[in-house]
Design a protein around this ligand. Structure first.
Ligand code: SF4
Length: 317
């Protein structure tokens, strides 16, 4: 096995090209939901309130673990995304409905019933809406702050294409503790994976501008998917770009091809390489680096926030 890009450490195990090893390696194995966890309780609460989660919509491999420990990531603004990123399983098309005005209330009530101390909210892209969904994000944060005043709120937003500045003002006026926007992949692959509407530089701009717009110390966060054809050096270059735009927390995790219609996996990144990413991220000065095969943007988001806020430092799984 050979590390892709800068191996540096000769003892570091490198990636497995998927062409040589099409089946998941040991380190990608996950467990099934267990009856003595909170998985079934969480599922009932979420389904009972007709809410969506990115955990289900994106077929996240961590669902047994996250729901089992009583957490989930809510997906607002419906099930249909107006973009079609090549790595994402969320249904793509033309949304049939405007935002549900009661969704923020149901979401806040459900988060309260789950006893969440850190609530993560994301959404589909809604290019069909004039404000790109910003007001619905704001209403959701407001409802959460009202219902769960002790909890912190993390929003993982779309790029609010064409409405960026106004959207940042609307969303950050409600003071979410964490503003997350995923860069997703390295500069070279960005357009190919995300389509012509998305922009690597716009994502960096949005993250930097969020800090300027917020009148409180908002934590900013972004995520990188690996295994899409990038090199390790390009991952580090992306982390450097994020740091240069003031980002506090970064997550790095392995891509899993959700269906045969989606981008193929290029390599299984070895846990040693994830550790190396963490070290590089530490050197670059991130408050927290969550880097590991099964890490996702919202994976153990409460711990990521805590690590960054307390200066506990970088973590890898
Ligand atoms: S990692 Fe995030 S999306 Fe995946 S199950 Fe956990 S909370 Fe849901």
């Amino acid at each position: 096995m050979k590390a892709r890009g800068s191996g540096h450490n000769p003892r570091m195990q490198g990636s497995l090209p998927v062409a040589d090893r099409p089946r998941r390696p040991e380190w990608m194995k996950v467990r099934a939901p267990s009856a003595d966890s909170r998985y079934f309780e969480v599922r009932e609460l979420i389904h009972g309130q007709h809410l969506h989660t990115i955990c289900e919509e994106a077929r996240c491999p961590n669902i047994a673990e996250c729901w089992g420990r009583g957490t989930a990531t809510f997906q607002i603004l419906g099930e249909t995304c107006t973009r079609a990123c090549r790595y994402c399983y969320v249904h793509s098309g033309k949304p049939e409905h405007p935002p549900d005005p009661l969704e923020p209330l149901r979401l806040a009530n459900t988060a309260a019933q789950m006893g969440l101390e850190h609530v993560v909210v994301t959404s589909v892209d809604r290019d069909d809406l004039s404000d790109k969904g910003a007001a619905h994000y704001a209403a959701t944060i407001r409802a959460l702050k009202h219902k769960l005043p002790q909890a912190s709120v993390e929003v993982l937003t779309p790029d609010f294409l064409g409405h960026e500045e106004e959207a940042l003002h609307v969303v950050l006026a409600e003071r979410p503790e964490v503003f997350n926007h995923n860069i997703e992949t390295v500069r070279r692959l960005h357009r190919r994976m995300r389509g012509a509407k998305a922009s690597y530089d716009k994502a960096l701009w949005l993250l930097a501008r969020a800090k300027e717009v917020a009148d409180y110390p908002v934590l900013t966060k972004s995520g990188i998917i690996v295994g899409l054809g990038e090199t390790n050096d390009e991952v580090v270059a992306t982390m450097r770009d994020l740091r240069e735009h003031g980002v506090d927390v970064v997550t790095i995790g392995q891509y899993l091809q959700p269906s045969s219609r989606h981008a193929t996996i290029d390599r299984w990144v070895h846990p040693d390489e994830f550790r190396w990413f963490r070290e590089q991220g530490e050197e670059l000065g991130f408050g927290s680096v969550f880097s590991g095969p099964l890490v996702r943007s919202s994976y153990r988001a409460d711990e990521q926030k805590h690590a960054a806020a307390t200066g506990r430092g970088a973590v890898a799984y």
